[in-house]
Design a binder for this molecule. Structure first.
Ligand code: SME
Length: 160
């Protein structure tokens, strides 16, 4: 059976999103403005998300940044949650079932899977990009690669 979501968000889907992001950020380098645009692009173009946005590194905690979705937790210590793990390890966290993740912070009880990509520029941790979905195992390895490439474009085109 043809999986339409796979086509929409397969390799071609992410190439299209990368071109859209490049165009969207081409004339602006302000970090907050670009982060807000990036969150909106992801939230509205990717299927099956209930939250897309940023947490920014402030000392040893993450503070809520631009996002799309329901109101969320404002401060997350590096020691806690999926976002904290991404910040602490500087490794993408692709979690198929957040309820099985020790210390997961349930900002929205509808969330079941999560992808959190650390934002690292010239060795500095800027924050994390957090994507949440009500579907279990929403994010594939291909989604991870695609989103990491989008994050690299965002960091290259934004002052931070
Ligand atoms: N679930 C995240 C917290 C952020 S919200 O999902 C927007 C976590 O465990 O880090």
């Amino acid at each position: 059976m043809i999986d339409l979501q796979q086509i929409a968000q397969g390799r071609d889907g992410y190439e299209l999103l990368a071109a859209q992001l490049e165009a969207l950020l081409a004339d602006e380098r302000d970090f907050i403005a670009n982060a807000a645009q990036f969150a909106a692009l992801l939230f509205h173009e990717l299927e099956g998300l209930n939250w897309a946005g940023f947490y920014l590194a402030r000392s040893e905690e993450l503070v809520l940044g631009p996002f799309q979705g329901k109101v969320a937790c404002v401060r997350i210590p590096f020691a806690r949650g999926v976002c904290g793990a991404a910040a602490r390890t500087r490794q993408t966290q692709r979690i198929e079932d957040v309820h099985a993740f020790p210390g997961h912070i349930a900002c929205d009880s509808a969330s079941n899977s999560e992808l959190v990509v650390p934002l690292v520029k010239e060795g500095r941790l800027i924050g994390v990009l957090d994507l949440d979905s009500p579907s279990l195992a929403r994010f594939s390895a291909q989604d991870q690669v695609g989103i990491e490439e989008l994050v690299a474009i965002f960091l290259r085109l934004s002052d931070c």
